[in-house]
Design a protein around this ligand. Structure first.
Ligand SMILES: [Zn+2]
Length: 272
């Protein structure tokens, strides 16, 4: 007699949420009652229901074996105290939401646009906000030096001009959301180069922090840092440089590999 094996499914081990509501805040480090922080902010379209898998199970495991992690009401992590959450939700989030809004309007325009357009935005606030969001986007994770630097920048203990990271951004037309922390991109040709990367992708924009000086010719927002945080400047957007791959550039391709380390963390979410 043949017994039918029933497939058993497991929670995705790499992105299981931590239970409990008290802990050290990801930004101020005070032990406190933690609140949920949307990453990216709700205002860019991170609301409604999402179902997520870890980067590891997305690229390397059978999806029949794992449950996704449900995020009703947006992808969010319970990692911030109330004060830090509302501070981040102020001018930093507003600057990022405005930038998204302007890029969305541009893409919806019926006019034929040139390949390079310029969009007014507040780069200081966008960079600071993205650093803080990515530093807090991990509820079971291991703190890394990126997080300490993000905190110093967030609390203005370090000048943005002294930031050791570059922030590359480009157009992303995929429907999945992707968040990755502390992965390592290896390229060779002419020489082997290993660089740590942090990625946040949500239609219509993708962002990547890296210490590389350049990345496929896409703009580096850190080159546009202003004297004054509220200052607006024109940020270039290359309409011809866009992609829709859910996890690019965290992929193996010609001359490129991706390495994960103990602190690496990746979430791939799709509308549920
Ligand atoms: Zn805090």
């Amino acid at each position: 007699m043949q017994r039918r094996l029933k497939a058993r499914r497991y929670p995705d081990p790499y992105i299981s949420p931590i239970q409990g509501v008290r802990g050290p805040c990801a930004l101020c480090r005070q032990y406190s009652q933690l609140t949920e922080n949307h990453v990216p902010p709700e205002g860019v379209g991170n609301h409604d229901r999402w179902i997520a898998r870890s980067y590891m199970t997305t690229v390397a495991a059978s999806s029949e074996m794992y449950f996704g992690r449900h995020f009703p009401g947006g992808v969010r992590f319970r990692t911030l105290c109330r004060d830090c959450n509302s501070a981040l939700g102020g001018s930093e989030d507003k600057a990022l939401i405005d930038f998204y809004e302007r890029v969305r309007r541009l893409l919806a325009s019926p006019l034929k646009l040139p390949e390079l357009v310029r969009v007014p935005a507040k780069p200081n606030l966008i960079i600071r906000g993205l650093l803080a969001h990515i530093a807090s986007a991990n509820d079971n994770g291991i703190p890394v030096p990126f997080d300490s630097e993000a905190r110093r920048i967030f609390f203005k203990e370090q000048s943005l001009r002294m930031l050791s990271w570059n922030l590359f951004y480009w157009l992303y037309s995929g429907e999945q959301m992707f968040l990755m922390r502390s992965a390592f991109l290896a390229n060779w040709r002419p020489a082997v180069e290993l660089s740590e990367i942090y990625i946040l992708k949500h239609f219509p924009l993708a962002f990547m922090f890296s210490r590389r000086p350049a990345f496929y010719g896409v703009p580096n927002m850190c080159k546009f840092v202003q004297q004054n945080d509220e200052a607006e400047t024109d940020l270039p957007i290359f309409l011809n440089l866009r992609e829709s791959h859910p996890v690019w550039p965290a992929v193996a391709e010609r001359n490129q590999l991706i390495f994960l380390a103990g602190a690496s963390y990746g979430v791939v979410a799709r509308p549920d």
